[in-house]
Design a protein around this ligand. Structure first.
Ligand code: ZN
Length: 172
């Protein structure tokens, strides 16, 4: 990667896919939401190890940054396909760019790529057929924990009726 970039931001798919990183010249960061979203044991251990080694920083976006990122995603029509971790990645990248720090996002998610593109943020696609086959997403109601294959209409949980608590998570 060219030295123009001063920060690499990783999305959840990078960890689920098992990509490994060792960069000494550039900071590597993930938003807090990605840590929360990675639930499988092995990727989680790898994530924790990288943090313990100091190879990976946890950086969050501001509330305003998150709201802006949602707006950007709404404009490109990708909001429905993005988890809160995905939004966190977009928000962090856009905010860093605003601060004059040129980030590059390593991502396996087409919707993330789409939104980043609309904001002129650089990304490196780690997407391949393998990812498309291995990552399956489900929608989970954070209020009652019910899971759904499709996003419930109006973001309302059909089981408990809670609105706005549906989150997209990897099914495994
Ligand atoms: Zn529910």
């Amino acid at each position: 990667m060219s030295a123009d970039f001063r920060l690499i931001i990783l999305d959840t798919a990078v960890f689920l896919q098992g990509a490994s990183f060792s960069r000494k010249d550039i900071d590597v960061a993930v938003p807090e939401e990605v840590i929360t979203e990675v639930k499988s044991r092995v990727p989680k251990l790898r994530l924790e190890q990288l943090i313990a080694q100091g190879s990976l920083q946890i950086r969050g976006a501001t509330k305003t940054g998150i709201e802006e990122a949602k707006q950007f995603a709404e404009e490109t029509g990708d909001l429905q396909n993005l988890s809160s971790a995905d939004i966190g990645v977009i928000a962090l990248a856009c905010e860093q760019k605003k601060l004059g720090i040129e980030p590059i996002v390593y991502t396996g998610d087409y919707s993330i790529q789409n939104v980043l593109k609309s904001q002129g943020v650089k990304f490196k696609s780690i997407a391949n057929d393998g990812i498309k086959q291995t990552i399956k997403w489900v929608f989970k109601c954070e209020a009652c924990e019910s899971k759904f294959k499709k996003q419930p209409e109006g973001n309302t949980c059909p089981d408990c009726g809670t609105v706005g608590m549906i989150k997209r998570i990897p099914s495994k």
